[in-house]
Design a binder for this molecule. Sequence first.
Ligand code: NDP
Length: 306
Amino acid sequence: MEKRDIIIIGSGPAGLTAAIYSARAGYKPLVIEGIPSGGQLMTTTEIENFPGFPEGITGPDLIGNMKKQAERFGTDFLSKDATAVDLQTYPFKIQAEEISYQARSIIIATGAQAKYLDIPSVEKFRGRGVSACATCDGFFFRDSIIYVIGGGDTAAEEALFLTKFGKEVHLIHRRDELRAEKYMQQKIFDNPKIHIFWNSVVEEIKGSEAGVEKILLKDVKTGELTEKDADGVFMGIGHSPATKIFENQLKLDDNGYIVCNRGAKTSVKGVFAAGDVREPLFRQAIVAAGTGCQAAIEADNYLQKA
Ligand code: NDP
């Protein structure tokens, strides 16, 4: 079984930054990339707020650059999913499909994924009118009737962004008050293009081969059902961290995010976490990269003492 000093699980900005720092610190880190690789930035178009790119950069280009930089200093990449870990033994064990590794330290950077409503028609129309990424797909909904589901900051941000494209943008929220930050709420209320369906949930999405055509809305107070014309339905109902393989092995919070204390240290010595998998609040590429750097420095400190 191959043994490594540092294995990084995940290849978004957190994992790749951890790889750059670990490789430059003299280790030969292995990145188990996951499939698809590169994380959420791979479905992001223009990134205009990552410092150092005054003209902006696309998500795939930013990830491609980070990967090249990590490779230049000797990082190895494995294009597989990490399918199991054993953090109770030392060195730790990691299974990547049929390949087994031992690791003296692990950096977890598996990220988070947007949640989709758990109704069959959502799955059916995913990619054909149902999306969870306004910045990726908004462009396809010019002059369309768009619905955004959720009442938090993600939903608010998506709705505001989609006003650039849609002729109507409707926010559907299951309660009678938004969870989003107050200033975001104000932006929503002040935007004449946005209309809110309060106390409402989507019961079903209807359409044809061509895509979404209607949604069935239910008023949760009265039980009344109404059918509405729709072209696009965007999920803004939160994210879930990719922590399934770590359950019962390290401390997770109630929502499944990895709990870190004092920087990137998890509840298991020698295991560090970076990026969205530990960070439900900011969810920004620059924060992921920053915490990736933090995790690599902490792993180096740990290995020097171990
Ligand atoms: P949140 O958990 O904050 O909000 C999720 C929203 O979706 C809630 O309004 C919730 O309703 C609703 N919801 C959840 N499940 C369902 C369901 N099954 N059916 C219908 N509605 C549902 O997630 P966000 O992704 O919005 O935000 C996560 C964190 O990231 C927050 O801390 C937020 O502040 C932060 N964030 C910050 C941004 C920024 O500052 N620019 C941008 C985006 C996120 P209910 O309110 O009833 O629970």
